[in-house]
Write a protein that binds this ligand. Structure first.
Ligand SMILES: Nc1ncnc2c1ncn2[C@@H]1O[C@H](COP(=O)(O)OP(=O)(O)O)[C@@H](O)[C@H]1O
Ligand SMILES: [Mg+2]
Length: 336
């Protein structure tokens, strides 16, 4: 478990000036959880994650890993603690002059593992990330997605409990992004690793995170399960991230349409997004439905989405339909 309490990081930016990159951040992450931290460039995400393994010294606040307070660790204990935390980056940070195998072996050599054990462990890791056939290749000879899989194998070499990913998929095309995300999910399933996934891409966070924290100006402005965050975003910044993913929200342009019926926005969640609610309205309630717009998002373990429809029944029929939808836990909002 990771627990961060009132973390602050201030950089000195000149003789009399300082910059508060992390203002006051607290959160907890359970073992085996994928915790996303999403925010625009400059929000403080990298600084935060670098404080977790003390690549950056926090200015104040406390960080606990399984009840060990790591901000007070001495150098030697800190080095031991770092073995328990792997990290991957946007630009992979592989050694260009080392082969894939040698890159993965590096942390094992540092930790003074026996040579024959290193070979065995590297082979296991290569198999886990699906790159056994690339063991003698150099980084320049493999694709970006493959490089990141090598970096993940290297990060997992010492069996860390925690994996930190700082924009680990940001330099990849959609196909390689998917492959890396699948690998991260498989890592959690296989080893029970806890992952902190920093990204500016909501499309990445929504696919694999259990919970997401939204960061802005050195603060976590909102935190929730991925389903709740999509279903009921509270802050404008969060809405902006979601809207960017779903395309511009629908509202104004729809009001300009000429509709005779009742225009409503329906919001679905994991309990109802895959039910045949529309055919129920049409067939059982006998009300004609005109679909105006909609989108369904596949989230980590669930779906969510919205639909804007025009109900063309009598006003009693329409009210009856809305009530039935609400009974099915659909959030209903009358637009026009
Ligand atoms: N060593 C540093 N000295 C001064 N300012 C820094 C330093 N590192 C980061 N910052 C500033 O802190 C803010 C947060 O940076 P960063 O954590 O990299 O954000 P993100 O990863 O969300 O893009 C930025 O405004 C950045 O310029
Ligand atoms: Mg960053």
């Amino acid at each position: 478990m990771i627990k961060v309490e009132h973390l602050k990081k201030t950089f000195s930016t000149g003789k009399d000036s300082e910059f508060h990159a992390i203002k006051d951040v607290s959160f907890e992450v359970e073992q085996g959880e994928i915790y996303g931290i999403i925010g625009l460039s400059g929000a403080g995400k990298s600084t935060l994650v670098r404080c977790l393994n003390r690549l950056e010294e926090p200015t104040s606040g406390k960080i606990y890993i399984d009840d060990v307070e790591i901000t007070s660790l001495k150098k030697k204990e800190l080095l031991d603690m770092r073995k328990d935390m792997g990290m991957i980056f946007q630009n992979f940070n592989l050694f260009a002059q080392k082969t894939v195998s040698q890159n993965i072996a590096y942390p094992l050599e540092i930790s003074k593992m026996k040579k024959e054990d290193i070979g065995k462990r590297v082979d296991e890791l290569l198999e886990f990330v699906g790159l056994s056939d690339k063991k003698n290749s150099y980084p320049a000879e493999i694709s970006g997605g493959q490089k990141q899989r090598v970096a993940i194998a290297r990060a997992l070499a010492t069996n860390p409990q925690i994996l930190l990913s700082d924009e680990g998929t940001s330099a990849l095309d959609p196909e390689n992004t998917k492959a890396v995300m699948d690998l991260l999910q498989r890592t959690v399933k296989t080893f029970g690793t806890t992952i902190i996934l920093i990204t500016h891409q909501m499309e990445v966070a929504k696919e694999i995170c259990d919970r997401i924290a939204v960061m802005e100006d050195g603060l976590i402005i909102e935190e929730n399960t991925v389903e709740e965050l999509f279903a009921r975003p509270k802050k404008d910044r969060t809405k902006a991230f979601i809207e960017r993913l779903q395309g511009k929200p629908l509202g104004d342009e729809i009001l300009q349409g000429d509709y005779e019926g009742l225009v409503v926005r329906l919001r679905f969640d994991k309990t109802n997004y895959n039910k045949p609610l529309l055919s129920h309205i049409i067939l059982d309630k006998g009300v004609e439905v005109n679909i105006i717009a909609g989108s369904v998002q596949q989230l980590n373990k669930a779906g969510t989405g919205y639909l804007i429809i025009e109900l063309q029944g009598t006003s009693e029929q329409n009210q009856d339909v809305l009530k039935t939808l609400q009974d099915d836990n659909v959030q209903v909002e009358v637009i026009a």
